[in-house]
Write a protein that binds this ligand. Structure first.
Ligand SMILES: Cc1cc2nc3c(=O)[nH]c(=O)nc-3n(C[C@H](O)[C@H](O)[C@H](O)COP(=O)(O)OP(=O)(O)OC[C@H]3O[C@@H](n4cnc5c(N)ncnc54)[C@H](O)[C@@H]3O)c2cc1C
Length: 463
């Protein structure tokens, strides 16, 4: 057999499973079709860590609760910033008040602690900047915020350091059952393995029986506000309505604010802005750093173990709280694998991510020390965010290093400043080309054929 376990898909779930399994004496590979892991994890700098209060589905609420409880220990173990941030689910009228009361009763039945029902005056005390009419709110101290792609990359880096073989730019084409395991066929290779964990959403291979399920797909429109924007919130704020549109205000781990509008049909920038102006008072548009739009999924996540006797597990479905559920899903999958395969815990497992120097967060003394070691930390590439050449080179050279501009963005935060990369983008392309020994014209933004430079100007032919 080539491997004991093959993990298909390098999203947050695949990387988390790789991290959990890398604690054991197993020969593991992860196959990802893109140039980088976590490429499909939303490019927002903070995801909400839910606590199961908001969730209609009891099973999904359980996965959220289990995941939520694991975040304090996990984040400090693997060196990813995580912040407990209270949340308010706000009712604006009698009908939504009724919904909140039911939600509260349901949360108590689920055994969720640290939640309270607040009257409007208590809500305004917690959030004096709210300009919406509040009739009642459900307050939770359990929720939190974490950067989803940072979490996925940390999982991946630790798994890599502990021997997981990451096969990037390789697409799974089929999975076939053979006598004592599986044959996984990719566009480049054929591998045999004892067990397969399939986390590629929506893919059905010869072995699969389940259908692709994307039941409920809504639309999220996001504003990312600059740090110096006057809007200030202490808690994550959700509105709850009987109507089809809800909003959320998320203070991020990095200290700025994300505003998200959830609608049934896609809406544009103007519509989103109008909605938030009504809720929070006039927003200074110069302080809107970015406007993103993404689908919002609400499937039931299924850990399909129906073929576990044959050695196959599939994680099916997409859910808005999947980041929250990731630690619990990974742990459950890992427990099933470990009880079905002969392995022991490794004695030499290294559970911490290698140190990253964030120049902007260092004191002047620390900056001087690091510059003495490496002059590249004295060269500021991203002037908006104070990010140095040293950090970019480290993002490329570290375990599972970045091979795309998007990969560098996710690892360092370059181009997320107010100039959105107009100052530093070409410098990043040059550094990436130099470090990977490629021509600048071969550098891609993220996926295949997303080359940034068409050709060298000198190569144009003048007629
Ligand atoms: C805008 C947005 C906001 C969100 N906010 C939150 C939040 O606040 N809180 C929260 O808990 N969750 C949140 N989520 C949910 C969460 O980010 C996603 O559901 C999660 O990242 C999905 O991870 P995954 O690993 O299951 O799937 P994916 O990230 O889709 O990973 C699957 C991987 O498989 C690879 N792949 C596919 N086919 C193949 C193949 N044939 N061969 C090899 N590789 C293949 C893909 O390239 C991909 O990398 C949000 C999601 C979005 C989009």
């Amino acid at each position: 057999m080539d491997y004991d376990v093959l993990i298909l898909g390098g999203g947050i779930i695949g990387c988390a499973v790789a991290y959990e399994l890398s604690k054991y004496s197993l020969n593991i590979a992860l196959i990802e079709k893109d140039y980088d892991i976590a490429d499909d994890v939303a490019l927002i700098n903070s995801a909400v860590v839910y606590d199961g209060v908001e969730c209609d589905d009891t099973l999904m609420a359980k996965l959220e609760m289990m995941g939520n409880e694991m975040f304090d220990e996990l984040s400090s173990k693997i060196n990813v910033p995580f912040k407990r941030q209270g949340s308010l689910i706000i009712a604006e009228d009698e009908k939504s008040e009724d919904m909140i009361n039911k939600m509260y009763e349901r949360a108590l039945e689920r055994g969720i602690k640290n939640i309270t029902l607040l009257q409007s005056n208590e809500v305004y005390e917690l959030e004096p900047n709210l300009s919406v009419k509040v009739s009642k709110a459900l307050y939770s101290k359990n929720t939190g915020v974490i950067c989803p792609y940072d979490l996925a990359i940390a999982y991946g880096e630790i798994a890599f350091d502990n021997g997981v073989n990451f096969r990037l730019e390789e697409e799974v084409v089929d999975i076939q059952k053979i006598t004592k395991g599986f044959r996984v066929i990719t566009n480049k290779n054929k591998f045999t393995c004892k067990m397969v964990i399939n986390t590629t959403p929506g893919q059905n291979y010869s072995i699969d029986t389940s259908e692709k399920i994307y039941k409920e797909k809504r639309n999220l429109s996001f504003f990312l506000l600059e740090k110096d924007c006057k809007v200030n919130y202490n808690n994550i704020v959700f509105t709850i309505k009987d109507s089809e549109e809800t909003v959320r205000i998320i203070p991020t781990v990095q200290g700025n604010i994300i505003l998200a509008l959830n609608t049934e049909k896609p809406v544009g920038y103007e519509y989103t802005l109008k909605n938030f102006n009504n809720l929070m008072g006039e927003i200074d548009e110069n302080k809107i750093n970015a406007f993103y739009q993404w689908p919002h999924y609400k499937d039931t996540i299924i850990i399909d173990e129906s073929l576990i006797d044959k050695g196959y597990i599939k994680v099916v479905g997409k859910h808005y709280g999947q980041v929250t559920m990731t630690p619990s899903i990974a742990k459950m999958v890992c427990e099933t694998i470990v009880s079905n395969i002969n392995c022991v815990l490794k004695k030499d497992f290294v559970g911490k991510r290698r140190e990253v120097y964030k120049f902007s967060q260092l004191s002047n003394e620390e900056r001087n020390q690091i510059i003495k070691m490496n002059k590249k930390y004295a060269n500021i590439v991203c002037i908006c965010k104070n990010i140095t050449e040293g950090e970019i080179v480290d993002a490329i050279r570290r375990p599972l290093g970045a091979r795309t501009v998007e990969g560098i963005k996710r690892r360092t935060g370059v181009t997320f400043g107010s100039c959105k990369g107009s100052e530093c983008f070409s410098k990043i392309v040059s550094i990436l080309a130099r470090e990977t020994n490629k021509k600048p014209t071969d550098i891609v933004n993220d996926s295949k054929n997303s080359n940034i430079l068409k050709s060298r100007i000198k190569e144009f032919q003048y007629e």
